[in-house]
Design a protein around this ligand. Sequence first.
Ligand SMILES: NC(=O)c1ccc[n+]([C@@H]2O[C@H](COP(=O)([O-])OP(=O)(O)OC[C@H]3O[C@@H](n4cnc5c(N)ncnc54)[C@H](O)[C@@H]3O)[C@@H](O)[C@H]2O)c1
Length: 302
Amino acid sequence: MEELRFEGRVAIITGAGGGLGRAHALTLAHRGASVLVNDLGGALDGSGSSASAAQRVVEEIIAFGGVAAPNHDSVATAEGGEAIVQSALDAFGRVDVLINNAGILRDKAFHKMDATMIDQVLDVHLKGALYVSQPAFRLMREQGYGRIVNTSSASGLFGNFGQANYGAAKAGLAGLTRVLALEGFEHGIKVNAIAPIALTRMTEGILGDLAPKVSPESVSPLVAYLANEECAVNGNIYSVAGGRIARIFVAETVGVVLSQNTPEAVAAQISLIDQLDPARLHEPSSLDNETTIIAKALSEAS
Ligand SMILES: NC(=O)c1ccc[n+]([C@@H]2O[C@H](COP(=O)([O-])OP(=O)(O)OC[C@H]3O[C@@H](n4cnc5c(N)ncnc54)[C@H](O)[C@@H]3O)[C@@H](O)[C@H]2O)c1
């Protein structure tokens, strides 16, 4: 198969001053993309800022003959999102790819979590992706081409103790991915998401034996595929770690139509409602599609 290249393509990668974002930036730049390396350069908890994180990655890219420019705006405000996209336009004249990757952690058991911890995490992960995606999406729509890759997490899709703020934001990114995939499709825009596991400052000391097997670089090939013109999928979410890739999907059981719609009937049938029959799972492609499935079940039962 021909090498997947990015000549003439401009990619914005948020939070690309370290960890996964840096790995994605180097991978796309190696394959010919002009990369806007965005990073606020703060600590893992979102405090502080520094221009050096993004600058260092830009220098790495330029050192191997790649093309990159730095940006230090925060994704966490609408103005920041606009400024990031404008930076890419100023440096390279267009935007073809957006990888929403910037992130922070403010972990705490839910009963002890304060409002600041909730706001900051939702602002960076969820609102940040909305704020940067919107100006980028408008440009992509006009030019009839775009690729967006969102960074979700197993924490939001499967659950993780101590991450109510982060998990809610990351599940929100799955929803954003599904909606933008539908809205963008007719305009040549494909939107997918990853739920990665990789050894970065975010996961230092918690991955145990997995740590040496899950480099950030091992996540970037999937991201490069999803960001490439050849990407054949839209609205999908992938678990990715150390070269293992699997699709995560939202599906529903075949369900039941209650003959008597009472709480007692629900109690009597809850096991049947929950019963997982892989051959009869529905994976709705949209809300409209799910409505059709419901209508069919109700009419068959009547
Ligand atoms: N490492 C993992 O195992 C893992 C698992 C699931 C999801 N993720 C997600 O992957 C993404 C990358 O995380 P990482 O593990 O590389 O951690 P990281 O801390 O190395 O990278 C996050 C980057 O985002 C930057 N950033 C933070 N707030 C920002 C803001 N407001 N504006 C711009 N940049 C900002 C940080 O400076 C940092 O460089 C995050 O969204 C994270 O939630 C990581």
